[in-house]
Each structure stands twice: as C-alpha cells, then as structure tokens.
Design a protein around this ligand. Structure first.
Ligand SMILES: *[C@@H]1O[C@H](CO)[C@@H](O)[C@H](O)[C@H]1NC(C)=O
Ligand SMILES: *[C@@H]1O[C@H](CO)[C@@H](O)[C@H](O)[C@H]1NC(C)=O
Ligand SMILES: *[C@@H]1O[C@H](CO)[C@@H](O)[C@H](O)[C@H]1NC(C)=O
Length: 762
C-alpha cells in the first residue's frame, strides 16, 4: 500500500492554518477538580496497585468498565521494576474494554505494556480506540523502540457514551495484551484547539504525546495533587550543543496570572513556566535548537510554552521562533500579549511538512531577535503531539476496518461494535422524532419573505443542524448583529458560517430581512457572500461562506491572536475593506447607494488569503435619493465608532461610514479596540486618546503605534495612514474624504511601505 499524498495535502491545507496563540491564566494553585472520567485499570491483577499517586484497580473489579473475558488469560511476575507492570491480561482473540463516559470531549488514554514472557515479546497486535488505530501490529521484538517496556499516551476526542478499547492479535498464533490502562478526561480549556478558526476536524484526529518537556528544569512527575498525571521531561538530551545555552529558574510562586483567562492554569504547571532555557549574555545572533526524531508521514501539533522570567521590564525581549526552519514568529515580544513579564503564554503550531524534504527530524528553534535592547531568546516548555493520518491511524496505514477484517475470527467483535453503534442511531432517531414533534406543535409564524433573487439557496433547518452539529457550542465562532454565529460544514464539504436570529426578537426579524434584502443584490469580492438562508416555522438562519481567518478585531487584539498581522497585511486588509465600502457608497452595479451604518473591525471578515470582506448588513440603509443630502433616521451603530455629527443631528450620510472607518484605521495602527473600558478615563476612547497624544507632533506616533509593528512598519507609510485616519475623523462631515479618496490614500501608504527601501522603519 502506498501513502496517499494527495489526501495528505488536503489535510495540509487545513492544518497549516492552525496557529493559535493563547495568553494563559496561570496561577500557582493546583486545581484539584476531579476529572469527570478517570479510570485506572490494572489488567489481570488481583489487587490494587499504587503508581505515581494513583490507584489502579483490577480490571475484574471495576464495575463501570465492562470487559470481554472470553479467551483471556492472566500472567504475573514480580520481577519487574515497577508494580504496574507485574501483571497483564492476554487475549487470544480480539477483545475490548468498554469505558462509560461522563464527559464528551478530549481524554487521555494511557497504555502500559511490558512483555512478561517470550510469547508476549514476540506477539504482534493492534490497539483500536473508538474509530482510531493507536497501535498497528506492534511487537516488542520487531519494534525499533529499544526499551523493555512501553508507555504510550494518546489524546482522543470522545463524543459517544462509551469508549471502546479493542486489543486485536495480528495472526491466529498471536496474542494481544496490556498491563494497565488509564482513561482520564481533560478539561475543555486545555485542548481548545478547535475553539478558534475552522477546526471541527481536529475532533476527528487522534493525537499521541511524543514529547513533553520542561525546559531548563527537572523532570516533573505526577504529584499528589495533579489530576491529569502528565509527566514533563528534561530537555537537555534534545538540545543541540551550544555553549551559550543556560538553565534559568525562577520562583514558581512568582508566575503571574493574566487577567485574560482564556485558558486555565491547568494548561501547564507553574513549575514549567518558572524554568527555561535561554542564552547567556550575548552580543551576536545565536539560537537554541532542539531536535526530535519524528516520522515524516505524520503531522505534529507543537505547543510551545513561554514565560518571560529573564527581563526586568516589558518590551525588552524580542526573539524569533522557528519550526523546521520555518518562521513561526518574527520578533516575538511576549509582553505585547501578556502586558507584563512573568506571565505565561502559549503558541500552538501545526507542522507543515513539505513532502519533498521528508525528514526524520522535527526541530524547534528560538533565536535572539535583531534588536539591541534584548538579545536573548527563551523557551519554557514544549509539547509535541503526533496527529492521526487520513485513515485515522497513529502508527501505520491500516484503517480500523482493515484491522478488524485481517482475521475472520474477529468478525464477531466487529458485529458487536456495530450493534452498539446501532443503538446509538436508534436513540438519535428517537430524539429526531421527538424534536420534530416538538417543532410541529410549536406552530408556524406568519412573517413572509420574498426571495427576489433566485440565486440564494434555501436551506432546510435540518441541513443546518447537521452542518453545525446542532449548533454545538464548540462551533460557536462569534456574535453578529442579531444572533450567534456558528460555523459548519455542508455535506459537500463547503465550510459555512450561519447566523441564527432570535425569533422572539422583532429587531432580529427586521435585521434578518434587511440583510437578505441587501446582500442578495450585492456581489463584490470585498463583501461577505450570502449563500442562502433557512426560514422554517420560526427558525431563521442566514448562511454565508465561512471566513477562515475570522474578523479583523480578533486578529488585531483578540484573545487567540494568530501571528500578529504585519503592516503590509494590515494595509491590504484596509484597502480591501475601503474598496468594499466604496462599492456600497457609489452604488456601482446599478444599485442605489447603501450606507453600511455599522462599520467596525468586528464586521470586517477575512478569508483564507486575508482578503477583507465587509459583513453585517443588519442595520444598513439605502443612501439618500439624488435630490437629498442625507437620510434622517434613528441613531444606530456601535459605541466607539459612531459619527458624532450623525449622533447629534440624526442625519445619516455615507460620511458616517467614513468616520467609523477612520476608527478602524486607528485600531489597525494601535492594535487596540475602539473602546477599552478597562483603561483609565483619558485612554478609554481610542480616537480621543490617539488624537490628543499625537496632536501636532507626528513624531509621537511612535508612542501609540502597536508594539508588534516595531521593526516592520515604515515610518512614512504609517504617517500616511495616520493622515488619512485623521481626515476621516474630522468632526464635520464635509471635511471628511470619500471612501474613494481613502482607498487611494491607503494604496499610497502601501506603496510607500513596499517600494521605498531607504525609509526608516519603526
Ligand atoms: C495536596 O493534597 C494534600 C492531600 O490531599 C492536601 O493536604 C494539600 O493541601 C494539597 N495541596 C494543594 C496545593 O492543593
Ligand atoms: C541544565 O540542568 C540540567 C540538570 O537539571 C543539566 O543536566 C544540564 O547540563 C543543564 N544544562 C545547561 C545548558 O546548563
Ligand atoms: C541556529 O544556529 C546554528 C549555528 O549557528 C545555525 O547553523 C542555524 O542555521 C541556526 N538556525 C536558525 C533557524 O537560525
């Protein structure tokens, strides 16, 4: 069988996009919340075994684990180094352990193997968990693995009520075995990879922990109070020799917590953040590189843990991060994200192995940045997780079906698994019936909608439920003007974003209709495209093309910032959004002009190529007819972005959008939101703050510009954008430019940035 690379490439497309950053809330207290599922099974043992602060119970005595004992045997030996390996259960035909699951979500599945006899050492067997192959015809005698025992940790998303772990002997003469099994649920916040961007698919991926390192510190084994029982190793054996490398350690109790608690302290213990590898004081470029054996046929998730424990103040450490010599972060300034030193920060990255340079190694490099003020680099912790391939295998190329069909004897087992799926299907069917019955009783509402454009597709509610896993909360990606936004995937694979109106709200209904009214007429590459809608009984859902990169506000200052946008990317996004608005205002394409009325960073969405798409037409209005200069209307819009003249006079013109767009330009320049209530009064409102700071002295632009643009943005280009923004923010609308003018001003700024090498950058 050959490895299907074309399929891999498809996956590559998906995964190369995941690159999430988390600011972690870390505190030194160890959480003692018990996991919802925790099973510690000593296979074939007759008594409890204590191993690293947990108690393993004999498999024959664990009531919530059912286990198929036919053709099984027990083997014991006291001559092993650890009691956990002293007993084993062997299976001469495939057999399963079934674990009742309380938690739908990620679980650690840990397996312990030690061949207690020659037969076991030569046995070849596979292990299947749910629909994933964890071990594919593994044998101690033939494996490259050179230890006498085998401990494996997997991370699996379980969405069923039972996790079935099946041990499958390869040939008739083989046996399968296990010494101990551990299944522990993981709090959602630890593995929230799927939370951002487009990765419901990650839940269809099993992971295997390959490395978990505590840089610069001692290995950490599970302590009394740890609930997840993770082991952190020392890093030195993977570090490339470098005389400048040094171990740094601080006080774990001084690791601060971030106010931004997207991820909890359980992501990694404070001890991991309190130690690091860094460079000795240096005056030239140098780097720290760790190299790990890895398989070229698999992708890996790398979770890098950072915490600046070497700087005395903010903005004094800048460094570059590479994986396999590919840039992950350039000039990473941790304090720009954490707002302080000593605060943990995590970057998740998925390797993007190009098939030409298949390599048996994976490398991670941190390199001292190019700025004099902080010539150093740091890494506190690193986790490397292997991802299952297309056939859901972590170890080879067989699918679960291949493994079960290898031997005829195994068919009864297959039948058993299928029948348990059958039960689930029956249950689901019952739920669907119940649901529909409920819907029919709920009655019909009486709003009518004219679908004046045949090209909008009408979706059934069922279709949308399927696509969004019934509006599963892990598919929730944001909140639109009138409802929650969920991502989803249609049967044909198309990724969609759906916006569901609250049928109880009249406002919701009006905005739903407004959005259809405008978007069905408009088509422009810088406007979000409406694919269709669903309008059934009282369910109203709009369906859009999914924008993988989310909204501009998230990318500028969101909690899960993808690599900070470069100045060039920011300019290109602004030009795109300005072009979209220009199209609306000028009524190109035969339409009357349209005033968006809710221009803000959150309404500028970005596709996979970071092309800007203006969205949310819920409160848009047709512009004034040719004989009038304005429309008089109730003031609507978002605080922080509202045109003050419109606010005073209730007279709406296109220039109100121009004002709001000026605020967006400031957000792009400064990397902060239009309104930040957490800041002192004088800094709360971005426009007031920035205009006062810079006033007549453009050299003070440096003080307000986003720190992450330092070293990237050209001064002249920034100045140009500032000038355009200032014009947009003129108090009197007649002094504000048109969107057409804004567009060309931004194009000039891009030109200045790209084509004037000699200009200084910040
Ligand atoms: C750890 O567990 C022990 C015993 O269960 C308890 O006395 C101690 O307070 C715990 N420590 C922390 C930091 O939670
Ligand atoms: C870091 O500390 C470990 C012991 O904890 C030691 O083996 C290693 O050599 C040290 N590495 C450096 C670069 O000093
Ligand atoms: C790290 O330093 C080594 C030795 O100076 C160099 O060969 C290598 O290219 C550097 N790696 C990166 C990613 O800069």
């Amino acid at each position: 069988m050959t490895f299907d690379r074309s399929k891999m490439r498809n996956l590559e497309f998906y995964y190369s996009l995941i690159l999430l950053l988390f600011i972690i809330h870390s505190s030194c207290s160890t959480s003692t919340d018990a996991p919802l599922d925790s099973y510690f099974i000593a296979c074939g043992s007759s008594n409890n075994i204590t191993h690293l602060h947990r108690t393993f119970v004999p498999d024959s005595q664990q009531p919530s684990v059912t286990f198929d004992s036919e053709h099984s045997d027990i083997i014991n030996s006291s001559r092993t180094f650890s009691p956990i390996y002293q007993s084993a259960r062997t299976f001469s035909t495939s057999a399963s352990y079934n674990f009742d699951m309380n938690h739908k979500g990620w679980h650690f599945v840990r397996l312990y193997f030690y061949p207690l006899s020659k037969t076991l050492a030569s046995a070849s067997f596979s292990v299947v968990a749910g629909s994933y192959v964890l071990l594919d015809r593994f044998s101690f005698n033939t494996s490259k693995h050179n230890s006498t025992y085998l401990f494996k940790e997997f991370v699996i998303y379980v969405s069923t009520d039972i996790l079935i772990l099946t041990f499958v002997p390869f040939r008739d003469s083989d046996v399968a075995f296990a010494n101990a099994i551990e299944v522990v649920s993981i709090p959602d916040k630890i593995f929230s990879f799927g939370h951002t961007l487009s990765f419901p698919k990650l839940k269809d991926t099993a992971l295997e922990t390959m490395y978990r390192l505590n840089m610069g510190g001692h290995s950490l084994v599970p302590s009394q109070n740890s609930t997840l029982f993770r082991v952190w190793e020392e890093d030195d054996k993977y570090l490339q020799p470098n005389p400048l490398a040094s171990n740094i350690s601080g006080n774990p109790f001084s690791i601060k917590s971030s106010s931004n608690d997207f991820v909890s302290s359980e992501v990694a213990p404070a001890d991991v953040y309190a130690t690091a590898k860094a460079l000795k004081n240096i005056l030239s470029k140098s780097n720290l590189t760790w190299v790990f054996p890895a398989s070229p046929n698999f992708k890996y998730i790398l979770r890098m843990h950072f915490c600046d424990i070497i700087s005395k103040s903010r903005n004094s450490l800048f460094f570059n991060v590479y994986v396999n010599s590919e840039v992950v972060m350039k000039n990473l300034n941790l304090s720009a994200f954490t707002y302080d030193i000593g605060v943990p920060y995590v970057i998740d990255y998925v390797t993007n192995n190009t098939s030409e340079e298949d390599s048996d190694n994976l490398s991670v490099t941190v390199e001292a940045g190019g700025l004099e003020q902080g010539l150093n680099a740091i890494l506190n912790g690193l986790e490397i997780l292997k991802m299952s391939n297309d056939v859901r295998n972590l170890d080879g190329l067989s699918s679960v079906d291949d493994i079960f069909s290898k031997s005829d004897r195994n068919i009864p087992r297959v039948a058993l698994i299928i029948s348990s799926c059958g039960m689930a299907a029956l249950l689901l069917f019952a739920c669907v019936i119940y649901y529909f019955y409920g819907r029919i009783r709920a009655g019909k509402s009486n709003i009518t909608l004219s679908n004046n454009e045949g090209r909008l597709r009408i979706f059934t509610f069922e279709e949308i439920q399927k696509a969004t896993n019934n509006f599963d909360k892990s598919y929730h990606v944001g909140n639109g003007g009138f409802g929650k936004v969920f991502m989803g995937q249609l049967k044909d694979g198309t990724m969609i974003a759906t916006k569901k109106a609250n049928p109880q709200s009249n406002q919701g209904i009006a905005e739903f209709q407004n959005e259809i009214k405008f978007l069905s007429k408009l088509r422009h590459q810088n406007l979000v495209s409406l694919l269709g809608y669903c309008y059934e009984d009282n369910q109203m859902v709009l369906v859009y093309a999914y924008m993988v990169n989310g909204s501009l506000d998230d990318l500028l200052y969101g909690k899960n910032v993808v690599v900070p946008l470069s100045w060039r990317q920011r300019l290109e996004i602004c030009i795109g959004a300005a072009t979209g608005l220009h199209y609306l205002h000028t009524g190109t394409g035969g339409c009357q002009s349209i005033i968006h009325r809710d221009v803000k960073a959150a309404n500028i969405l970005l596709d996979e190529n970071l092309v800007a798409k203006v969205s949310d037409f819920g409160i848009s209005r047709s512009g004034p007819s040719s004989d009038k200069s304005h429309v008089t209307t109730v003031v609507k819009g978002s605080f922080g972005y509202l045109d003050p003249e419109y606010f005073r006079t209730q007279r709406l013109t296109e220039k109100s959008d121009v004002y709001s767009f000026g605020i967006v330009l400031l957000e792009v320049l400064c990397g902060r939101p239009a309104l930040n209530r957490a800041l002192p009064v004088e800094a709360k409102n971005l426009a007031n703050w920035a205009l006062r700071k810079v006033e007549n002295d453009e050299s003070s632009l440096e003080e307000i510009i986003d720190a992450r643009l330092i070293g990237d943005a050209k001064r002249e280009s920034v100045k140009k954008v500032w000038e355009v923004a200032k014009m947009c923010l003129e108090g009197k609308r007649i002094k504000r430019p048109t969107m057409g003018y804004v567009m060309s001003g931004l194009q000039d700024a891009l030109h200045l940035h790209l084509h004037t090498e000699a200009l200084a950058s910040y």
